[in-house]
Design a protein around this ligand. Sequence first.
Ligand code: DHK
Length: 142
Amino acid sequence: MHILVINGPNLNMLGIREPAIYGSGTYASLCEMIQKKADALGISVECFQSNHEGALIDKIQAAYGTADGIVINPGGYTHTSVAILDALKAVALPTVEVHISDVDNREAFRQISYVGLYAEQRFAGFGFEGYCMALEYLVSRA
Ligand code: DHK
């Protein structure tokens, strides 16, 4: 099983950006944790991050025929991007939405998730652990 883990804008700034909300771990340490979890589960993963909507869409499209599932934290595009939603629907892979912070208890504009209209599972507010929960979910549903 091969899982593509996609992170959107500003998640490369983990460790620097608003540590009270997103924690002190860096993006590199997040990828390391995801890799370790994948090894423990006996699956392969690719971690991808971009600040650009089109690059995220290109990566989702490239998952067609090459990945068995997608874990995605679209960052701010969660709340705005119909195009990312459409890309996920196009490739039609099992998809899990992850948010490091508890988006449901933050600003009103974070209550809308376009990706959530397609994702079959969501983990929000569990910090980095949410990505591990997402991998576990995809393995258990397979
Ligand atoms: C990350 C972001 O960059 C925000 O724009 C989202 C999400 C929340 C997170 O909690 O991981 O609103």
